[in-house]
Ligand binder design. Structure first.
Ligand code: TGC
Ligand code: FAD
Length: 396
């Protein structure tokens, strides 16, 4: 085939310039279409108002449950047992709607459900996972504390045995879904190491007040968790782990979803900028016709496509069982940085309109500031990669 024939027979989709879609299986494409359509119908029309009000979309949990997106990469207990790539694609499409929507899905499936699935007893799995997969029970994941963020080894929340029971004291901060969760997975220091506890809402001594004043992830609930002599039965503890390996294993799962999600947020910003620039005229022609705008759009196209390819590569490694935590760190670093740059550049293309909720760009830009920080800050992932390439730890 001649070079000319090749060039004319392959169509160019500005939003999927490298035709990454051709690398997906039929099943993966179906997941993409299903979630993209869901976001178009059930997220996009409502998210601006929810963001402004500082409230989550109330219809989300049950509808994501009906779509089998909650804990979708887990096997059994009502979970879909999908591949890592299919799960990643779902995260990408959800975050193209709003990072808070993907956050809900990540915290439910990759943090709270995964903790129970990987480290829980058979009774704990039977009790919680089917309800959580259906979206009838919401979970949260309490690791961060006021004085222990990047360094969870510094946590003060602790539990001690009292006969067969446990007594839990301390506090957590910045906990997604905390105030609306039926079940909190709480990590605490014990004489036996760091252990995970299942704390149902309404347990005496446990409170989960909403944190106010956020300018980012406004359509997502963020809460404090406080524990004042909370008495828990022996079977509240997750039996499968007694070290930081427990929570850090859960983080691997959620960070992987963010690698894909950030690519979705970037794509949504690029799409908004491209559309706007073609329709907006200044100096009697579309601003898309100016070289400086084309430079911005070309750079966005490169960032969106390289991020998506990177996410897909990591997903294939995960499905082969050879993905390392350091790979995920490279993915989170690259894709969240790239998405932030795309969002800022897209904002400038939209001019004054770029600062409004009528367009998704500023909302994504603000959300991505949280994504840059949570699930391991950009600096933590830089140091994880730095340690991997030098063999020297620079954490402390
Ligand atoms: P270190 O001493 O190296 O290890 C302690 C134990 O953990 C094991 N381990 C891991 N296991 C699984 N996956 C990993 N990625 C692991 N990294 C370490 C390790 O083998 C050891 O196990 P054992 O059994 O021998 O004791 O750990 P360190 O204290 O030096 O930690 C290093 C560091 C900085 C990488 C870690 O603390 C870290 O990742 N910090 C960042 C904290 C973070 O990401 N927090 C996120 C909170 S959750 C959240 O943000 C949710 S946002 C929700 C949303 O999407 O809305
Ligand atoms: P700090 O750890 O105090 O860091 C402050 C700055 O110092 C950062 O730039 C950091 O990178 C830098 N720094 C720290 N140590 C070093 C070092 N050794 N070298 C170089 N730089 C360093 N947590 C949960 O447990 N569950 C949740 O559901 C959850 N949801 C969240 C939702 C939102 C919207 C947000 C914003 C956060 C959420 N978090 C959650 C908390 C999040 O994981 C932490 O904010 C994050 O781990 C960073 O901790 P920190 O905010 O205490 O910052």
């Amino acid at each position: 085939m001649s070079a000319t024939a090749t060039a004319t027979t392959i169509s160019l989709d500005p939003l999927d310039f490298l035709n990454v879609r051709s690398l997906l299986s039929d099943e993966e494409r179906l997941v993409q279409e299903t979630v993209r359509n869901y976001v178009r119908d059930r997220v996009t029309p409502f998210i601006g108002a929810a963001y402004e009000a500082g409230e989550p979309l109330a219809h989300l949990p049950l509808e994501l449950g009906e779509l089998n997106l909650l804990g979708m990469h887990l096997e059994g207990y009502g979970c879909a047992g999908a591949s890592a790539v299919a799960y990643g694609i779902a995260c990408m499409e959800l975050e193209a709607g709003d990072s808070g929507v993907r956050s809900f899905c990540s915290v439910q499936g990759s943090l709270a459900m995964y903790a129970i699935w990987a480290f829980g007893s058979e009774e704990q799995k039977q009790r919680w996972l089917p309800e959580m997969a259906a979206g009838r029970a919401i979970g949260c994941f309490g690791l961060t504390e006021p004085d222990a963020g990047s360094n969870p080894a510094g946590m003060r929340t602790h539990a001690r045995r009292d006969g067969d029971d446990w007594i839990l004291n301390g506090s957590k901060m910045w906990i997604t879904n905390g105030s609306v969760a039926e079940i909190a997975v709480v990590w605490a220091r014990t004489d036996e190491g760091v252990r995970g506890f299942l704390v149902p809402a309404g347990t005496p001594g446990f409170a989960a007040p909403v944190m106010h004043g956020k300018l980012s992830l406004r359509a997502s609930i963020t809460s404090e968790l406080t524990f004042d002599d909370v008495r828990l039965p022996a079977d509240a503890v997750l039996p499968g782990v007694s070290s930081l390996r427990g929570p850090l294993s859960c983080l691997n799962e959620a960070r992987y979803g963010i690698v894909w999600g950030a690519a979705g947020a970037a794509r949504a910003c690029y799409e908004a900028a491209l559309d706007y620039s073609i329709n907006r005229k200044q100096f009697d022609k579309p601003i898309a016709g100016f070289q400086l705008t084309q430079k911005k759009l070309s750079e966005m196209a490169v960032a969106v496509n390289t991020s998506t390819l990177l996410a897909l590569h990591l997903g294939r490694l995960k499905d082969q069982g050879i993905l390392r935590t350091e790979h995920v760190s490279i993915g989170k670093m690259h894709n969240v940085r790239a998405a932030l740059e795309v969002a800022r550049s897209a904002r400038s293309v939209l001019g004054a309109n770029g600062i409004t909720l009528e367009y998704p760009v500023m909302r994504h830009a603000n959300n991505l500031e949280s994504v840059f920080t949570y699930e391991g800050t950009d600096e933590m992932h830089t140091l994880i990669v730095g340690q991997a390439v030098t063999g020297l730890s620079a954490f402390a």
